[in-house]
Write a protein that binds this ligand. Structure first.
Ligand code: PLP
Length: 375
């Protein structure tokens, strides 16, 4: 199989799996229990949180561990309990749908999927409490200029303070797709809340975290035993968090080399593929390639490629699975026929260079078949 859908899921690496294993069996203890073996597990759990936090320039106590990025995004929006929200038109549904529970507006993006800062400024009011902008978009790989937004937010805060307006304003970013290849630092980005996702960094699925900077009041989604500072009750997922930490450690070691490798493979693909238009031309992460084959139904390409052992996607896995038109591709101004012809390839650690050549050959083959069918 040639797997080119690493934005949808990454396999748990063998190092991560090995690190997790003892915590399913010998080290199974509940970290809240009073006896010594449980206390040891509790301290290893905290140390793992410390590793994850360190990677983003934070402390273990700044992280609320969750069952994935969807939960972390939902929790982040509780910071704006009484405020309005702004979010990017290209956000993942786990942001869009929770934002819909608030008075919220979308910020438009340009044809590369980058936020239009002037639009954000035009939509800013004294009631806005939260702005949510993913650091890397999951369909295009677009990297957002978050520090520019953070600088603007600082101006808005100062202005509110001068006018005696008490509504706090926070910047949230979903960094699910970013941690694998980018250096993510909360202070440098200027974010107050940051979502992390183990499943996109060769860690386990259903494990994530929300970084919460000091003084932000959140309303827990789950109440109960009071774990994670009372913000996420439920017995800790010790193997999951240990695995997440190991995955983060590995990503830190390899991200620079991997970025270079994926950039090289992207070049190879783009030079060998035929008859496409590249959609994500600028500001996109090196492992994302979004192609448009005008006049071709990309869903058919996905099935034909699957027959040949190549896994690709037409967009976000969850939307593609429901046959929904991509709101991301619509937001960057693609027409319906361009959206229908769009294919997303995301490179990753399961690939090698020979697979890249073979994938290009097979994609060209199925595109030629479809063009012949339509002729
Ligand atoms: N946010 C982004 C940017 C994603 O890519 C995903 C998953 O595809 C999610 C959130 C949701 O993650 P999960 O399904 O692990 O909760």
């Amino acid at each position: 199989m040639i797997y080119l859908d690493h934005a949808a899921a990454t396999p748990v690496s063998s190092k991560v799996f090995e690190a997790m294993k003892p915590y399913f069996s010998d080290e199974f203890f509940n970290p809240s229990a009073a006896y010594l073996p449980a206390k040891k597990v509790a301290s290893e759990y905290e140390a793992a949180k410390g590793v994850i936090a360190h990677a983003i320039g934070a402390k273990a106590s700044d992280l609320i561990m969750t069952a994935g990025a969807t939960e972390a995004n939902n929790l982040a929006f509780s910071a704006a309990l009484f405020g309005d929200c702004l979010y990017l038109a290209t956000e993942h549904d786990s942001v869009r749908k929770v934002a819909d529970r608030h008075y919220s507006k979308e910020i438009i993006v340009d044809k590369n999927g980058r936020l239009v800062l002037d639009d954000l400024k035009a939509k800013m009011t004294d009631n806005v409490g939260l702005i949510s902008i993913a650091l890397v978009n999951n369909e295009l790989g677009t990297i957002q200029p978050l520090s520019e937004v953070a600088a603007y937010i600082r101006e808005v805060r100062a202005d509110r303070l001068a006018r005696g307006i008490l509504q706090p304003l926070y910047l949230h970013s979903d960094a699910s797709q970013a941690l694998n290849l980018l250096n993510v630092n909360v202070a440098r980005l200027g974010v107050d809340l940051l979502t992390l996702n183990a499943a996109k960094v060769y860690g386990p699925k259903g494990v994530g975290a929300l970084y919460v900077s000091h003084n932000i009041k959140l309303l827990p989604i789950f109440v109960g035993g009071g774990q994670e500072r009372g913000l996420r009750s439920g017995t800790e997922n010790v193997p999951g968090v240990i695995g997440f930490a190991k995955a983060v450690e590995e990503a830190e070691k390899h991200k620079n080399g991997n970025r270079k490798k994926y950039a090289k493979w992207k070049k190879i693909l783009l030079s060998q593929l035929q008859g496409y238009e590249l959609i994500n031309k600028k500001h996109s992460l090196d492992n994302f390639i979004v192609l448009c084959y005008i006049g071709i139904d990309a869903e058919r390409l996905v099935f034909l490629l699957e027959d040949r052992g190549v896994c690709v996607s037409t967009g976000a896995a969850c939307a593609a699975n429901k046959g929904l038109r991509s709101h991301v591709l619509a937001a960057i101004g693609l027409s319906d026929s361009e959206i229908n012809g769009s294919l997303r390839l995301t490179l990753g650690e399961t690939n090698d260079e020979s697979q890249i050549h073979e994938a290009a050959r097979l994609i060209n083959e199925v595109v030629a078949i479809e063009r012949g069918r339509n002729a």
